[in-house]
Write a protein that binds this ligand. Structure first.
Ligand code: NAD
Length: 274
């Protein structure tokens, strides 16, 4: 006996109904961090194109304002300048998002910093900075946003980890630790809030052509050689594009992946399968 897709959905008491037209985030409010550059900037453009209202946060006020001026978002984009290394800034960002748009449906924790340093010379200040931006901001923003999502009856959290939460690389001990912490936090929270209709997942990009990655190449003795070596690690023969990460963030933010809770989504052109 053949089963239709409808039979399967009914038997599994599943209520998936996905509109794959433009406007996949219609009516949704997304708080996105680290929007002034790279992946965050691409995500702003894509989420706006899919009809979301976007509350963008970045510590780079000039670049954030400049982005706001280039977007033709008709009131659907609000820029908030804040250094998310501060707990109070995380609280204010969520409060301001809810004051501006009345709710928060999607929290996309994207802001991050890279640190390339031999382990012995990674001092307390460097460690504190990378943990504060990459991990603690994610912790505090989730702490502020999740109760609001509970009150609203659900929501989506996307936490940016990295391929380096899963595999390792010399000179990246502090960065790897910060991203590993993001992944563990994501799993813990996904479990805690699964019954509240809050989907919490981690996005793990591989090497993506952004100012962050270029900055890492530029620290090498020979940046051109460093970039060539970076590309050589990619089975696809090129670096990733920020828009390719934004597309996966859009999928996670949409209503489609109803069964995804606590997943580590690796988007790396195959780098970590070698
Ligand atoms: P990017 O440097 O191009 O952009 C990061 C943005 O975050 C910048 O606009 C910066 O101003 C902002 N930011 C940094 N610290 C902040 C703070 N304290 N408060 C508020 N804003 C802050 O970087 P990107 O490559 O687009 O990276 C985005 C995320 O993806 C980061 O979390 C990064 O760790 C992660 N990631 C990137 C790669 C890659 O190869 N590019 C790979 C894996 C993971």
């Amino acid at each position: 006996m053949m089963f239709s897709e409808q039979d399967f959905i009914q038997q599994n008491q599943c209520c998936v109904h996905v509109e794959w037209a433009m406007g996949r985030l219609d009516g949704k409010v997304a708080l996105i961090t680290g929007i002034a550059s790279g992946i965050g900037r691409s995500a702003v453009e894509l989420f706006l194109a899919e009809s979301a209202q976007v509350f963008g946060v970045d510590r780079n006020e000039a670049a954030g304002q400049a982005l706001a001026e280039t977007l033709d978002a008709a009131g659907r984009f609000h820029f908030f300048a804040a250094d998310l290394a501060e707990e109070t800034a995380c609280r204010r960002a969520v409060e301001q998002c809810c004051e501006t748009y009345g709710r928060i449906d999607i929290l996309y924790n994207n802001a991050g910093v890279a640190i390339i340093e031999p382990f012995p010379s990674t001092d307390a200040e460097m460690l504190e900075r990378v943990m504060a931006v990459n991990f603690k901001s994610v912790f505090y923003l989730c702490q502020q946003a999740i109760p609001k999502m509970q009150q609203q009856g659900g929501g989506v959290v996307i936490n940016t980890a990295s391929e380096l939460a899963i595999v390792a690389q010399p000179l990246y001990a502090a960065y790897c630790a910060s991203k590993g912490a993001v992944l563990s936090l994501t799993r813990a929270l996904a479990l805690e809030y699964a019954r509240d209709h809050i989907r919490i997942n981690a996005l793990c990009p591989g090497p993506i052509a952004t100012p962050m990655l270029q900055g890492e190449f530029d620290q090498a003795v020979d940046p051109i050689q460093a970039k060539a070596e970076g590309i050589a690690t990619m089975p696809i023969g090129r670096l990733g594009d920020p828009a390719e990460i934004a597309q996966v963030a859009l999928f996670l933010a949409s209503d489609a992946p109803v069964l995804m809770h606590g997943a580590a989504i690796v988007v790396d052109g195959g780098k970590t399968i070698i």
